[in-house]
Design a protein around this ligand. Structure first.
Ligand code: HEM
Length: 421
């Protein structure tokens, strides 16, 4: 009788922490795991080992599913609306767990979200951003010229990190001399995204929050008494026919979000995208021959190397999500990394194609919480690409990029060494 060979045992699907950047295998190569999830378990039952009491949720990897959840405004973001023990409560910063109002848009729902978003959108319009092009070009040119003086330099710490801080600092109307302090606060706040931070790192992020809060309290007070021609004044004085001005607490939490939401994200996408571009010499040559490809190239950098790996939405009552029963307060985790590489949505999804120019990637989220700073981030990336292609055509990588960074949910290099000629 012929013996049947036993089937090889399938490796279990990754879950919880295995799907975060704290897992060295995921950090090195997330797409092997995500491709497998998308094809074998696109509606993956997701349990978080660190928080065993939280209701079991879903982990979604298909472009279509991720876009559908973003578009559905019935999901919750406010942790205070979720039951005790939920992931939303476990991950929420203390500043959004207050009884009273706050202005951190990311953690507000419904009418409260609409009110703050409506007021800030009046100050932060795409037209106002477009008017800043000349100033943004000047900052990019100055930082790159400084870096080009050295035989090689770290693109992350010398350009990608300071660039968005200078841009938003100038727009808000903060003195340039305060920027090194902002950068330090911004860097210390990165530890918020690491639940395994040491007590020393915890102290640093708490001190950074306190420093920024005190700084903004005084800046808000000054602008209330004597308005100036900057974004900070426009936000402080924003009101509409139906909505009153924001309170000091709302303003300081909102400003903190505006100051910080674009720093790590823009720095990471610049590093991820430039690395992918320089690793694809034909694409880099195409950009140098035709610098206007910086516009579709910006979208491809965002699609191919999104800095925000995941977003979460919370289920407002027991319901079925994509055919799976899910309990009130459970997290639906949306993998932006996976959705942007879905072969059903993008041909040859792992390739970097400078001409692809698709804007329907999910790197800026979607729905009512879609990124407020997207026009600014797009302009910063485009200006960087254009300046490199025209002024430094000999740009090249000089060492392997270093990725090990202790953050969950954000994807970026710690170091990326380049030479500019
Ligand atoms: C390439 C850079 C950026 C990326 C990839 C990015 C990504 C995102 C994503 C994915 C969200 C939605 C999160 C969610 O729904 O859970 C978001 C929201 C937000 N972003 Fe960005 N962002 C970037 C730059 C910026 C900049 C430059 C600013 C402001 C100066 C900014 C301000 C905001 C704000 C205020 C929200 C909250 C919007 C809301 O909840 O209504 N972002 N961003």
């Amino acid at each position: 009788m012929q013996r049947l060979k036993p089937e090889p045992e399938a490796t279990p699907l990754p879950n919880g922490f295995e799907l975060t950047e704290l897992n060295p295998d995921f950090l090195r190569d997330p797409h092997t795991m995500l491709d497998r999830l998308r094809s074998e378990a696109p509606h993956h039952i997701h349990a978080h080992a660190l928080f065993p009491d939280a209701p079991t949720g879903l982990y979604l990897t298909r472009h279509e599913d991720v876009r559908a959840v973003f578009a559905d405004a019935t999901y919750q973001r406010d942790p205070r609306a979720t039951p005790t023990g939920s992931l939303a409560r476990s991950f929420a910063p203390a500043s959004v767990m207050t009884e009273g109002p706050h202005g951190n848009l990311l953690y507000l729902d419904g009418a409260q979200h609409r009110r703050v978003r409506g007021l800030v959108s009046r100050a932060f319009t795409p037209k106002a951003i477009a008017a800043k092009r000349g100033e943004i070009e000047a900052i990019a040119a100055r930082l790159l010229a400084e870096a080009a003086k050295k035989p090689d330099f770290d693109f992350i710490s010398q350009y990608a990190a300071p660039f968005p801080i200078y841009v938003i600092g100038d727009m808000l109307g903060l003195p340039r001399t305060d920027m090194p302090q902002f950068r330090q606060w911004s860097e210390d706040l990165i530890f918020v995204f690491n639940p395994l931070r040491t007590p020393e790192q915890d102290q640093r992020q708490l001190a950074a929050f306190a420093g920024l809060e005190a700084y903004f309290a005084s800046a808000i007070d000054q602008r209330r008494r004597a308005p100036t021609q900057d974004l900070l004044s426009a936000i402080v004085h924003a009101e509409s026919e139906t909505e009153a001005k924001m309170s000091d607490i709302e303003l300081s939490t909102l400003l903190l979000l505006i100051l910080l939401a674009g720093n790590l994200t823009t720095a990471d996408v610049l590093g991820n995208g430039l690395h992918a571009l320089l690793e694809a010499p034909e694409e880099w040559a195409a950009l140098k021959a035709e610098p206007d490809l910086a516009v579709p190239g910006t979208e491809e950098m965002l699609r191919h190397g999104p800095p925000v790996a995941i977003a979460a939405r919370y289920v407002p009552e027991d319901r079925e999500v994509l055919g799976c029963p899910v309990r009130h307060g459970a997290a639906v985790v949306l993998s932006l990394l996976a959705a942007n590489r879905d072969p059903e949505a993008f041909d040859d999804p792992h390739a970097f194609c400078i001409r692809r120019g698709r804007r329907d990637h999910v790197s800026f989220g979607g729905g009512v919480h879609a990124c407020l700073g997207a026009p600014l981030a797009r302009l910063e990336i485009e200006v960087t690409l254009r300046t490199l292609a025209t002024d430094y055509p000999g740009t090249r990588l000089t060492a392997p990029a270093v990725r090990d960074r202790p953050t969950i949910g954000f994807v970026g290099f710690r170091e990326l060494r380049l030479s500019l000629t």
